[in-house]
Each structure stands twice: as structure tokens, then as C-alpha cells.
Ligand binder design. Sequence first.
Ligand code: SF4
Ligand code: SF4
Length: 84
Amino acid sequence: MGKSDRGDIRISFHLCKGCTLCVAACPSKVLTQGNALNRQGYYAALYSGSGCTGCGICFYVCPEPDAITILIHKEDAVPGKSAA
Ligand code: SF4
Ligand code: SF4
């Protein structure tokens, strides 16, 4: 885990519609569009595996329910706020 890896995300390969809104919106530029078709026939977005800050922007721009899950590392949680 690198210094900026305050968060982590999971993208559901089969729920993603490949719209790339998350790819464009991610300020850390850690998301890309993959080159494998999912079962819906879309090229799903992929996380590079490092550099996520846990900002949540990708989650809020994604139009597909449950396609993106954000995890915030506990050691970076603000006191009084909950974290995964
Ligand atoms: S939570 Fe923020 S930094 Fe992490 S992948 Fe989503 S938009 Fe990028
Ligand atoms: S915004 Fe959601 S549906 Fe669109 S590419 Fe990203 S994860 Fe897939």
C-alpha cells in the first residue's frame, strides 16, 4: 500500500456498463477501461490497484447501482467518523 492509498475500490466486472464516467472523473487517474467484454457486452472499468485516495467521486458518478464499492482504510479515518 502506497502513501496515497487511503482507499481501495472494487468494481463489479459484470455490473459495470463501461460508460467510463468514473475513469474521467477520478482525480488520481487510477481507473481505466479494460479490454475484456463482460457478460453484458461492455468493456468494464478497472482499478490499477494502487493510488486510490478513497475520495468517493467514482462512486457518485457511477450510474450503475452496486457497480463500485469504496473501502476506506481505518488508519486514515477521521476520529468520530466511521470507516470500513
Ligand atoms: S475513490 Fe477517488 S481516487 Fe479512488 S478510484 Fe474513486 S475517484 Fe479515484
Ligand atoms: S461509472 Fe460505473 S458503469 Fe461507468 S465505467 Fe465506471 S464502474 Fe462502469
